[in-house]
Each structure stands twice: as C-alpha cells, then as structure tokens.
Design a protein around this ligand. Structure first.
Ligand code: ADE
Length: 282
C-alpha cells in the first residue's frame, strides 16, 4: 500500500474514534477517491475545526491503496463497447470492506453516498436527514462510473444513496462529495459556533434569505434601508420576512408553490409584490 495522502489515515474509523473518544463524536465520514488530495479543503475552516475537536471523524482513503498490480489499476474498458473507462469492482469492494471492518461495535448500517448525475437530487431536506446518521461513506467515482455489480453488492451492506448535486455533469464525485459533506456537517450540533445562524438561511424553511447590510450606514451614496436603523424589532422582522417572500417569488417561484404555512400577512405581501411587478412591467 502507498503512503497515506495528507488527509487520509490508515487508521480504521474505530481506531481513530478510540484515539479521540467515540463518545464525543456525532458522526464519522469516510471518503474513497483516487484523488484524496481533492478533499484537503475540508481541513479548513469550521469543518476542519470540528475534525480537530473530534466532533466529526473524517477519513479519506485512496482507492489505489486497494489495488495490487504494478500500475495500481482502478479502471478498464466497458463491456459492450462505448467511450471511456469503467472503474473496476474489486478495488471498490476491498475499500468498502476495509471501512466496514473498522466500524465500532453496535454501529447502524452506514449510509453509502455515490455521487452521480443520475442520482436523487441533493437538497437541504436530504442534508438534514443525512446529518442525523452515525456514519456516512462517500464513494467518488471517476471516468464513466463504477461497475454496477459492486454498487449492487454494496447495496446489501450499506444504505445506498446515489446522489446528484444538480443537473450538470462533473468530472468525478470529489467536488460533489465536498458540497454534500459541507452542507451536512454544518448541521451537526456543535460544528457551527452560533446555531441561530442556521435558522434564517436560504432553504432552511423553504424561503430564500433577506438582504443583509453592515457599517457604514451610507456607502458610496447607497443607504441602508431606514427600517434597519429604527430599533423596532417587530417591524424589522416583518420587513425581513417580506424581503424573503419577494425574493423567493422573483427568483424561485417553484419554492414558494411548495409552501403550505404562509400567514395572511405573507399572502397579502405576495399579492402586493405581484401587483407592483405587474405595474412595473406594463
Ligand atoms: N458526478 C458527475 N456529475 C455529478 C453531479 N451532477 N452530481 C453528483 N455527482 C456527479
């Protein structure tokens, strides 16, 4: 096996958990990739700090460590012909077995997330759901994808979640995994210093965020909206809610259509924006 990459450790999750105390850890994340260096960005900022504090276990594994030929081969040509290469089943099975073997006793079936443009579309609801899991494993495919047989094999050992981050095609699963890991891990209690900052974010309750401002009150001839300087908290809260409704109606009417708990005031505000917009475009 080759030298571990900067982020990877050859410790199993159980060995690593023992080192920091499993009791403190809300979640373990394993990532398997042929480019473990890609994931180095996760060492920075809030997620890196959560890993340092032992609130989050993060292990990045190099798929090539689970190959035994001279060239550390992970791909081959597709049966049936066609462009590109396919990732071989055996290195994936060995990597996933290594992760399974290192699980702490009594752990629930880990969730295996396979980033793919053909997966279910990842969103904030899914991030919240996955944030409650004990153990997530991300399998970053490259080339045309992974041999279907090892995906089916893994489906018997993991809770399998093929997941897309949007309707476009990336070169591999690494960037998609980083997107999902960041969205999920910031929801784990203790990872973000001020949990209140999570409550009024875009997508948290189906509305986009209100605009925000800081000092100075007047900048290059542009003033902060008067109401924010008023000290009237109820009026500020209503103004912010209206801005969220207005913005969502303007750029994401699909989100608005899904909301079922709008108040009478909300509906009146939306009608007002609608008629104002009608007047502007007439
Ligand atoms: N791999 C390639 N494209 C992807 C996408 N849109 N989402 C997740 N994984 C991918």
């Amino acid at each position: 096996m080759s030298e571990p990459s900067p982020m990877s450790s050859n410790d199993t999750p159980a060995e690593e958990a023992a080192a920091v105390g499993q009791g403190d850890r809300a979640m373990s994340i394993d990532v398997v990739s042929i480019f473990p260096e890609y994931l180095a960005g996760l060492q920075l900022s809030l997620i890196g700090k959560a890993v340092e504090r032992g609130q989050l276990g993060l292990n990045v594994h190099d798929l090539r460590d689970f190959t035994f030929d001279r060239h550390n081969t992970v791909d081959d040509s597709p049966y049936g012909g066609g462009a590109g290469m396919v990732m071989k089943a055996e290195p994936w099975a060995l990597a996933l077995e290594h992760i399974l073997a290192g699980r702490p006793a009594g752990e629930a079936k880990p969730t295996l997330i396979v980033p793919s443009p053909a997966g279910e579309v990842f969103d904030q609801r899914i991030a919240e759901d996955l944030a409650s899991r004990q153990h997530l494993v991300f399998a970053c495919g490259r080339y045309e994808g992974i041999d279907q047989r090892v995906i089916d094999w893994a489906g018997e050992r993991f809770e399998l979640r093929p997941m897309s981050i949007g309707d476009y095609v990336l070169n591999g699963g690494e960037v998609a995994s980083m997107v999902m890991i960041e969205a999920i891990s910031r929801l784990i209690p203790g990872v973000i210093g001020n949990p209140e900052s999570l409550t009024e974010e875009s997508h948290e309750d189906g509305l986009l965020e209100y605009p925000i401002f800081t000092k100075p009150a007047s900048w290059r001839g542009r003033d902060v909206p008067e109401i924010l300087l008023s000290g009237n908290h109820a009026a500020i809260a209503r103004w912010r809610r209206d801005r969220r409704l207005e913005k969502t109606a303007e750029v994401r009417p699909d989100l608005l259509a899904r909301l079922t708990d709008l108040s009478g005031e909300d509906l009146a505000a939306l009608e007002r924006f609608e008629s104002e917009r009608g007047t502007v475009t007439e």
